[in-house]
Design a protein around this ligand. Structure first.
Ligand code: ADP
Ligand code: ZN
Ligand code: MG
Length: 470
């Protein structure tokens, strides 16, 4: 009989607020160790926290976007545990009244979303363990699902959709490699139709690949235990991506182990109608809606619309160019074909792409009316992408405007025919390759300014005249 895998996810998203959740220290990633710290976030006795409203805004943005119930009177709680990355020896989190409950992302039901502070980082060196408190107090949203996942594909699709939503909402940069998005996988196995089995939680998953491997590993491990008559122990496991296996970190702690109690240094907050309405009105169009609208409005394929909306910056650029040029197909090809290729080869992030939509639209007009060739178009896009050149000026300086006037082309064709009698003879004898060769000879004379369409027509015409019976 087969086994069914049951999973629920706990995702931590680091928020893009300028400052930390309870103090004015910078919340940005990195920095010299212990330079973004103050008495509040380093846990000095007597220092008092002050809630950053921007964190609540982020939580409300996500909660409203995912259709959650918002807890109007919401509170913070202390989760007590001792570990060197947590100088206060407790984490301010939410247990009894989390800000969001329920809601859905795709088919997956959310259990809750709550606000909490991040812990610091431990650096294990040859000389011992060092502590960096820059990350202490960086605001996090923890997004907890119901145990609704049954396959790795479902997990990865959800994470991709969640990442996209967070990025579109401008509340998290979604970078898994920098730890801005971290995922813990709760997993159990059961025979179909039976009750849920005992679960484990696997942590330290830093990429989609690691998540896929960790799920396969843990499912196999649990199935092997159960099939040999043993039981699964409820525990927290740590994934080691180099060894491609996980090991037990600690037996599963429960709420009592953490001695949760209401945070006495922070007042409960009241989220009123006006606050909610303000956040609701500021919500941007999300990826799925944008995808559907662009596909419909500009006649894009589903695949094209998906590629274009993977990064909201590129989606915006596409829409601007498509509108200004009136050529959505060309605009889509420009972004998907040229810009994405250039981004790959130069390691450029979507937010760093500087391409003027108006100038790109103008360039499209030039290739569409055959003022420049496709090759010249590509070359100019490259120069715009890397050096920000003005397309008109660049085309003129580099002589890229196509020679569309027939007399220049006719001269070049006549010259090529006169210089290559053997190729002409081959062509007349039915050798197709000879035509390509002659095309090449003419294009070489004209350079990038040659319009292949015009050259082809003139060449056919002159070859037909030249073809006299011997
Ligand atoms: P805890 O408070 O002990 O962390 P939660 O009830 O918050 O437990 O659940 C944590 C996560 O584990 C949630 O994402 C939930 O969907 C998932 N989960 C709960 N039970 C199971 C199970 N039997 N198998 C797989 N996942 C589960
Ligand atoms: Zn601080
Ligand atoms: Mg939990």
């Amino acid at each position: 009989m087969s086994w069914e895998i049951v999973m629920g996810l706990e995702v931590h998203a680091e928020l893009l607020t300028k400052t930390k959740i309870f103090c004015g220290c910078r919340a940005s990633f990195g920095g010299e160790p212990n330079t973004h710290v103050c008495p509040v976030c380093s846990g000095m006795p007597g220092a008092l926290p002050k809630l950053n409203r921007a964190v609540v805004d982020c939580a409300l943005r996500l909660g409203l976007a995912l259709g959650c119930d918002i807890t109007r009177h919401c509170k913070f709680d202390r989760k007590n545990y001792f570990y060197p990355d947590l100088p206060k020896a407790y984490q301010v989190s939410q247990l009894y009244a989390p800000i969001c409950r329920n809601g859905k992302l795709g088919d997956i039901r959310l259990y809750q979303i709550h606000m909490e502070e991040d812990a610091g980082k431990l650096l294990h060196t040859a000389h011992g363990t060092r502590m960096d408190f820059n990350r202490c107090g960086v605001p996090l949203l923890e997004i907890v699902t119901q145990p609704d996942f049954r396959s790795t594909e479902q997990v990865l699709a959800y994470l991709e959709q969640l990442r996209e939503t967070l990025v579109y909402l401008d509340i998290c940069d979604g970078k898994m490699q920098e730890g801005s998005l971290r995922c813990d996988v709760n997993l159990s196995v059961r025979r179909p139709g039976e009750d849920f089995g005992t679960r484990t939680e696997t942590k330290n998953l830093n990429s989609f690949k690691a998540i896929g491997r960790a799920i396969a590993y843990e499912a196999q491990r649990q199935i092997a235990l159960l099939e040999s008559g043993q039981t699964v122990t409820q525990e927290t496991r740590r994934w080691d991506d180099n060894k491609e296996q996980s090991y037990s970190m600690r037996s599963k702690e429960n709420a009592q182990d953490y001695r949760y109690f209401p945070e006495p240094d922070l007042l409960p907050m009241h989220i009123d109608e006006a606050w909610l309405a303000r956040v609701q009105a500021s919500l941007p169009e999300l990826a799925a809606a944008k995808r559907a609208r662009l596909a419909q409005e500009f006649g894009l394929s589903e695949y094209g619309a998906k590629l274009l909306t993977e990064h909201k910056e590129l989606a915006g650029l596409f829409e601007d160019i498509a509108r200004q040029s009136g050529q959505p197909k060309e605009a889509a090809n420009l972004i998907i074909g040229e810009i994405m290729r250039l981004m790959n080869s130069t390691n450029t992030l979507p937010e760093d792409v500087r391409l003027d939509a108006g100038k790109a639209a103008l360039l499209i007009a030039l290739v569409v009316d055959s003022s420049i060739s496709r090759a010249a178009f590509k070359q100019t896009v490259g120069a715009m992408f890397t050096h920000g050149v003005d397309p008109q000026a660049y085309i003129d300086e580099n002589g890229l405007r196509m020679v569309n006037d027939n007399s220049a082309v006719e001269q070049a064709v006549a010259k090529a025919l006169a210089e290559n009698p053997n190729a002409v003879a081959d062509y007349n004898a039915g050798l197709e390759k000879a035509f390509g060769f002659l095309m090449g000879q003419v294009m070489r004379q004209l350079g990038r300014a040659g319009n292949p369409e015009v050259v082809r027509k003139v060449l056919v015409a002159q070859l037909t005249i030249a073809e006299k019976p011997a």
